[in-house]
Design a protein around this ligand. Sequence first.
Ligand code: SF4
Ligand code: SF4
Length: 390
Amino acid sequence: MKKKFRIIKRFCQRLYGEWFPKRKKPRVLQMPITSRCNSCCLTCNVWKHHEKKDIDASLLKEALKDPFFSELQTVGINGGEFSLVPNFMAVLEALTPLPHLENIYLITNGIATEKIKEYTKSAKSFCSAHGISVTLCISLDGVGKIHDTIRGIPGNFDKTMQLIQDISKEKDKFCDNLVIGHTLSRFNIDKVHETEDFLSPFGLTLDVHLAVPNKRIGTYTDHDKYNILADDKCRQIAAEYFYSRFLYEDNLTAKARFFANYYYLKNNGKGRLSNCLYRYCDVTIDENLNLRLCATASESLGNLEKESASTIINSSRTKKEAKRLLKECNKCIHYAYYPLTTKGRILFAHEVAKQQYSMTIYKCSNRKQRLKVYLSALNKVIKMVVKYDY
Ligand code: SF4
Ligand code: SF4
């Protein structure tokens, strides 16, 4: 009884937090540390920026001392390309005032292989000494020429595969977790199964996400050339892909994420079902030390060299921007890994129950049997909506 009460209480708290969100201190910081990049991806405009800027590590260290950052647990380091930042270790050192930091998440394009290995090895030994784990995400957008074409760099695929193999062989020297990031766009959606098959002998799975319009990388108004939503055939293939992942996935959290992607694509890029903590909790700092809510659709709220994070966050312009951002969220699928909203839970549970019971209902020969199956399905839906933390 006590357990049931706890589950219902947690569910009500979550519902309240979802409907009346209050700004909280961030747990996750997204941090592009440079606008320099040695890749020319078709899904990104960072490499076209004239200004090539690295984050100032000493100013960053000062900025992170603000109490607003005291609950941070994860810092995502990306760019541009982190292996091009000469003072990369100083950037890591700037994170040490964060009292609750548990994980850093590095994303690389796999081009400067020796530098990437050198930097990640140093990062791993530095972080281990500070009780911080390292996740390394290597981007792979397809097999062979597909990857090279999307990335705009001939020979990138071979280098990336070599890097994946070198790091897999001695993973513990470089990172705690190795992830292969796969950005789905109009250029590779019909090849996603081929890429999955290609990687399976290495014991690695793809972490798939849709390429989205993104203000920070300069593609917010310039995304039709890669956005799956801009081509109905691609959208259909992507929706079917996510639905099949949803059908055959056993892990409930992953299953829910695939469902959220499927639902968004089915509805032509509307109807976000995953929560997004960047609306009221997590934040982004870019290479110029501008503070933003999310990297996707948020404008810069202020500069951490000029003002503290607490001052910026408590300002009226942040409240105004957070309100404006809400209108963007329904058509955004970035960070779809956050737990589902209540509406998302109901739709998800309904789809799972429908999937599991449809064949049983079909076999029922009378109304009594059908009613029994419906009630059992309904019971399952209610339990899934209230109980599980997906
Ligand atoms: S997606 Fe990453 S690797 Fe590609 S150009 Fe943009 S920053 Fe560089
Ligand atoms: S626009 Fe997207 S990334 Fe930004 S807060 Fe909304 S859902 Fe999150």
